[in-house]
Design a protein around this ligand. Sequence first.
Ligand code: SAH
Ligand code: SF4
Length: 418
Amino acid sequence: MNVHDSEKILGVLDAEGYKATNDPLTAELIILNTCSIRQKAEQKFYSELGRFRALKKKKPGLRIAIAGCIAQQEGMKITRKAPYVDFVFGPQNVHLLTKFLKDNEPHIATEDNPDIALHELPVIRNDRIKAWVTIMYGCNNFCSYCVVPYTRGRERSRPGHAILKEAAGLAESGCREITLLGQNVNSYRSDLDFPGLLREIDKIEGIERIRFVTSHPKDLSDALIDAIAELPMVCEHIHLPLQSGSDAVLQHMNRRYTYKEYREKVEKLRNKVPGIAITSDIIAGFPGETVKDHINTVNALHEIEYDGIFAFNFSPRPDTGAAEMDDSLPQHIKSSRLYEILAVQEKITARKNKSLEGTRQEILVEGKSRAGGKQISGRTRTNKIVTVETSDCTEGTLMNVEIVRARQHSLEGKLPKE
Ligand code: SAH
Ligand code: SF4
């Protein structure tokens, strides 16, 4: 979502005649688009920020702007710490950038923007084949650990016609895969609901694949499962963050589902969508997490057998409920729990990838592989990276390949003989 916000910032700048450069010394404007989901991202930002002071000294006309969730969260604190910053604007105020660029005054924009879903911003995309499309902004869930509802504001859905127009335009310009973006896509609601929106996008000529992130387990309806099962362009992959396998921890997190309810939804998904890949996020060492809670999470990983997970230690965030909870678990225990979670999942991922050896998979060719040589790379519908040795590399085409070897983070494929 943050990367796509940067694409919107680039779009606004492009409309103002700005061109991107990789050399900060030639830049007239530098924007840092920040993330504050965990403390580490925030620390990284403050250490980056110091470097810009020296640049501004060298080049007094240079303007520096801070965007994103840290901008929203810290507001004026940033300009107090770093008076050489010219603008600070949160994720709800990207549309104001045009105005800021025209004035020669400093600006701080952290207001709530109830009309955000109606502001159509230009977008500059790097990738021709795959595109992100925002369908909703903000979040109303207030999971107790999470800063997003504070930085990105209330849930607001973009009108269906605007999304469909953007998707049709993308298809026309050669885009083959669309990923619908929202903090909680399955609570999307405008003139259409989320399954209805998927049904409409599925009809757009040229779009071969539709993905969406992120789905909240409590809002995963039967209608959505049916849409994934029935619609040919909707890929067989869902990112469905569990966070913890313990009901007590889930309750403290304010996730509003039990592990049993989650499991039942996973069963339904697997029954209706054969071969669906399921991925997840896990937080290790949440305040008050006991050894038993942790074991429940590890057991959940064994039981569910995700295709992959993102796992992190709990990080207290300003203003959130969990920041006030007793976070006295020693760091070495938190780290060892995280390590165990990652190690258990690594084996499961390896086993799942191995089971694909000898199967045929459809990949969407994304381009030459980073490994170089004659290798191309693409993804399966289940979102696994496949590299193939071939001189035939047409970005954006669908190719059937045979999986010959599973590696930890990707698969190796070859062109089938017949
Ligand atoms: N809206 C999405 C994603 C939210 S942020 C969702 O609900 O799934 C992405 C992930 O970051 C979350 O799923 C969670 O696992 C992690 N995360 C968020 N806040 C965190 C915190 N304070 N400490 C550790 N991990 C956190
Ligand atoms: Fe954060 Fe929960 Fe909203 Fe996801 S659903 S953005 S974790 S508050």
